[in-house]
Design a protein around this ligand. Structure first.
Ligand SMILES: CC(C)(COP(=O)(O)OP(=O)(O)OC[C@H]1O[C@@H](n2cnc3c(N)ncnc32)[C@H](O)[C@@H]1OP(=O)(O)O)[C@@H](O)C(=O)NCCC(=O)NCCS
Length: 201
């Protein structure tokens, strides 16, 4: 099957398309997805309003369907912290996670310590997420969405981009390495074993 698509900056996305982004993101095996849909939706609502984060989404030109997206930030932990800004919302929703997904809650504690220990150098960005709807995978879209982050990062004057990819995630590793990233270390973060990759911009 062939498809024609176009790639657009995240900032121009209409808020009513964010639930579609959140649903695609639930296909990611990472911690945010494990916390559940309300956290994912809130995260992307915050991301499009964030002054530093930037990203792209791909849309099928014929049907208008969202096919995938990518997101980068020079300070990803600040983006995650925004989930706690509305304290009443956070407490209510994290309480549900504690009882329904206790392992995800424990992982969140481990990850928050690991992320705090990660050094963020000036002039660098993190490829925070890139995800493609399963029905559109394997045709170069993931690679193109990540490449858009690299091109935009370069335009904004950043010098380097980092990414963390789980060691089992061959599609992500292939796309990321095809974009010029190289593995600089492998580390454990709770249940996750990840490669840390970097590329010059
Ligand atoms: C990672 C992801 C975005 C890649 O999207 P995509 O559109 O399929 O990516 P691309 O087609 O550009 O590249 C994928 C590469 O992996 C290969 N691939 C796909 N599935 C594979 C598999 N099961 N085993 C081995 N290789 C595989 C593809 O052939 C392609 O390699 P090629 O360019 O050498 O042919 C997509 O798989 C995804 O959304 N995964 C879930 C979310 C996720 O893990 N995101 C990354 C978090 S770090």
């Amino acid at each position: 099957m062939t498809f024609t698509h176009s790639i657009h900056p995240f900032k121009s996305i209409s808020p009513d398309l964010l639930p579609g982004i959140a649903k695609i993101h639930l296909e990611d095996a990472g911690l945010l997805s494990r916390l559940g849909y309300p956290f994912v939706l809130r995260y992307f609502e915050n991301a499009i309003k964030d002054g530093q984060a930037f990203g792209f989404y791909a849309r099928d030109d014929e049907t208008g369907e969202i096919m995938g997206f990518s997101l980068a930030s020079p300070e990803p932990s600040a983006l995650t912290s925004k989930l706690t800004e509305d304290k009443a919302w956070f407490v209510k929703n994290i309480f549900k996670v504690v009882f329904t997904r206790p392992l995800a809650f424990l992982q969140m504690l481990v990850s928050s310590v690991t992320i705090r220990g990660q050094m963020y150098e000036p002039n660098t960005i993190e490829c925070v997420y890139f995800t493609v709807d399963p029905k559109f995978r394997g045709r170069g879209l993931g690679r193109a969405l990540q490449k858009s982050l690299m091109d935009e990062g370069r335009k904004r004057g950043y010098k380097k981009i980092y990414a963390s990819v789980e060691t089992w995630n061959t599609p992500s590793l292939k796309a990321t390495q095809a974009n010029g990233f190289r593995i600089i270390k492998t580390f454990r973060e709770g249940i996750y074993r990840r490669h840390r990759l970097e590329s010059e911009l």
